[in-house]
Structures are given as structure tokens and as C-alpha cells.
Design a protein around this ligand. Sequence first.
Ligand SMILES: [Zn+2]
Length: 78
Amino acid sequence: MLRKLVRSMAVPTGKSGGTVDVPSDAITRKLVRDPVCGMHLAEGLAVTERQGGEVLHFCSEECREKFMGTPKKFAANA
Ligand SMILES: [Zn+2]
């Protein structure tokens, strides 16, 4: 009984079944650095701000505003 169970679990890995590990999440795994707090975070999660020709990445809206200076609008505070 046990022998049969083990045998059914031992599936040959060489069989072509589409179990190829494709690094499709390579883009989201790219880390960027927040210039305000120095924190590293995934590019996909970052708040981006375009300044001139370069794109800056921040961990949150708060850090972005800190970098930009005094926030021009306080509506988000309500
Ligand atoms: Zn930050």
C-alpha cells in the first residue's frame, strides 16, 4: 500500500508538462531607491515622479511630497 503511494508521488521531472520556471516577474522585482528615506522597493510599487528627463521613485506619496517641497494642495488631508 505504502509502496504504491510513493510511486504515484514520484512523478518524473523530465516530463514536458509546461512546468518551466519563466522569470516573468523580472520587471516587478527590479528594485529602486527612494531618495527621501533611502528605502529600497520594487519598481512596480513605487510612486513615480518625472523630473526633467529622469524618473524618480518614492515609497509613498508622502516621500514624494517631501522631495518636491511643501505640498501645494492640502485637500488630501481632509
Ligand atoms: Zn520613502
